[in-house]
Design a protein around this ligand. Structure first.
Ligand code: SIN
Ligand code: FE2
Length: 211
């Protein structure tokens, strides 16, 4: 039968950047259960930028190192600064999804050691930035969206490059690397809504090889 809706649609959004629609749907409930378990050990918190602003997105981490920001700067840290304990380990369902999606996007041998877990409530946003606190830019970034839809901005290598507006919905995976690794990107203010699995929230998992 002709199926006009391709649940695994791929959309090229940059030179080496691809959106894989619905790529995480098959494991969505496992991902959300794992996020709950992570948050039980390392709570979501709104971190402070070096400039002194509290971020609107609440964050936690899992993996060998986690991305943190405070008045002294951005960095990867092996311990949760809120508790002094190591971040929870990367769940297998996270590692497998990130590795397989990267491979399908043309980046073989991606074994992330860091996963930033973002929690957006209505109004939360992330201004345009580059992911550049990692040691080796040959590794891609893999980003997984869960819950409420959001508008992802995906620009160019210069802050002033006009970004594409890419709608991201539950289960979408974006992979960027190579020539697109340092592209400026961000997320517009989350619109309120009610998602069957996450209610009034959007979660995002950002996988990177930091060390
Ligand atoms: C990020 O750039 O860290 C997050 C992107 C997203 O939430 O989709
Ligand atoms: Fe980012």
């Amino acid at each position: 039968m002709l199926d006009l809706f391709d649940p695994q649609e791929r959309v090229v959004i940059g030179e080496q950047a691809v959106l894989m629609r619905g790529r995480a749907l098959a494991v969505d409930t496992a991902l959300l259960a794992a996020i709950d378990a992570i948050a039980g050990r390392a709570s979501f918190r709104r971190m402070v930028t070096p400039g002194g602003y509290e971020m609107s997105v609440a964050m936690t981490n899992c993996g060998r190192v986690g991305w943190v920001t405070d008045r002294t700067g951005y960095r990867y840290a092996p311990h949760d600064p809120a508790t002094g304990r190591p971040w929870p380990p990367l769940p297998d369902v996270f590692a497998t999804l990130a590795h397989d999606a990267a491979t399908e996007a043309g980046f073989a041998d991606f074994f992330p050691d860091a996963c930033l877990v973002n929690c957006y409530e209505p109004g939360a946003r992330l201004s345009l930035h580059q992911d550049k606190d990692e040691q080796d830019y040959r590794h891609p970034v893999v980003s997984v969206s869960l819950g409420l839809p959001a508008t992802f901005q995906f620009g160019g290598l210069k802050r002033g490059d006009r970004p594409l507006k890419v709608p991201l919905t539950h289960g979408d995976v974006v992979v960027w690397g190579g020539a697109s690794r340092l592209v400026f990107h961000g997320v517009l203010a989350l619109k309120d809504g009610d998602h069957p699995l996450t209610a009034r929230r959007r979660f995002n998992l950002t996988f990177r090889k930091a060390l």
